[in-house]
Design a binder for this molecule. Structure first.
Ligand SMILES: Cc1cc2nc3c(=O)[nH]c(=O)nc-3n(C[C@H](O)[C@H](O)[C@H](O)COP(=O)(O)OP(=O)(O)OC[C@H]3O[C@@H](n4cnc5c(N)ncnc54)[C@H](O)[C@@H]3O)c2cc1C
Ligand code: FES
Length: 280
């Protein structure tokens, strides 16, 4: 990180990939130095002349040459980020936040549950896990999007399966491509919200740790299901979002009941949040 945490460092856009009609992935490289981060941490990205917004790293933390963020277009900064072209410069501050506590869970089974753009930090987590695949037990991913065209990282799921990750995809509403298209032969034909995938997987809550990221309603129902299955609150990790400014625990914008999402999170064990009304 730069010695002044408020000062963005310059990064070049190396590649822009359209993942879906709503999401683009930017591959970035710092003009000076390397970006060293943990899966689950985030950065503040400045589109010059427009503004700054937080995004989690979506690429492997083991690749120090470049890094990626996957951005859903929702407003001014994300809209401007979608217009960026290869070779343009952006500002980046970070990495910020805590990241996923992987060292604690070597030898365990891991369950990863993602909804919508919430899959972005979980992709970084998956790359970190498969880089040390033999260190972990069973590795399962449940990922849902609203429709087949909104499933992102489409060309990567089979590669994760080859690395002994069980991948289960679902969409809220299917179409022809979902039933017969590229996903059909691989068995990706499930329709229903992401929690309906729990009926397809065998889990051992005694041994398993869950990592969850997605829209608040999806987090709420996923946590409920995990608790029903017997997961202890201490082994359910949530990656949360709040409005942010500084990213450093100074401005107070991201406060939830005494915790700063930018500094104490964005990854929280549910144990820390369970007594807070409306934590997600
Ligand atoms: C730690 C963290 C990590 C994030 N990681 C990603 C990521 O990897 N990919 C991604 O696409 N997005 C991510 N987000 C959300 C992203 O920061 C917001 O979508 C972005 O700030 C919106 O900026 P904008 O200027 O385009 O939108 P604006 O023009 O400011 O607002 C457009 C709409 O988005 C809402 N909005 C703005 N900021 C947020 C926010 N932080 N959370 C929820 N709603 C918001 C506004 O209320 C408004 O409805 C993350 C947010 C946080 C806090
Ligand atoms: S964004 Fe300023 S305290 Fe968290």
């Amino acid at each position: 990180m730069s010695s002044n945490p408020y000062l963005p460092r310059l990064a070049e856009v190396l590649e822009v990939k359209e993942e879906s009609p709503e999401v683009k992935t930017l591959k970035l490289k710092l003009k000076e130095g390397r970006m060293k981060f943990k899966a689950g941490q985030f950065l503040e990205l400045t589109v010059f002349g427009v503004g700054e917004a937080p995004f989690t790293f979506s690429s492997s933390p083991f690749n120090l040459e470049s890094f990626e963020v996957s951005i859903a277009k929702v407003g001014s900064v994300t809209g401007a980020a979608h217009r960026l072209k290869r070779g343009e410069l952006v500002g980046v501050r970070g990495p910020f936040g805590n990241g996923f506590p992987l060292e604690e869970y070597k030898g365990r089974d891991l369950l990863i549950v993602g909804g919508g753009i919430g899959i972005a930090p979980l992709r970084s987590l998956l790359y970190a896990l498969v880089a040390e695949r033999s260190e972990y037990g069973e590795l399962k991913l449940l990922y849902g999007a609203r429709s087949p065209s909104l499933i992102i990282y489409k060309d990567e799921w089979e590669k994760f399966m080859e690395k002994d990750v069980e991948v289960y995809l679902t969409v809220d509403v299917g179409d022809e491509t979902w039933r017969c298209g590229p996903y059909g032969p691989c068995g990706y034909t499930h329709v229903g919200v992401v929690t309906t995938l729990f009926d397809l997987v065998k889990l051992n809550p005694e041994k398993c740790v869950a990592f969850v990221c997605g829209p608040p309603i999806m987090i709420k129902f996923t946590v409920q299901r995990l608790l029903q299955l017997g997961f202890p609150a201490s082994r359910i990790y949530l990656s949360l979002e709040r409005m942010m400014k500084c990213g450093l625990g100074k401005c107070g914008h991201c406060n939830i009941e005494g915790y700063y999402v930018c500094k104490d999170g964005p990854v929280f064990p549910f144990e820390m949040l369970k007594d807070i009304p409306h934590p997600f």
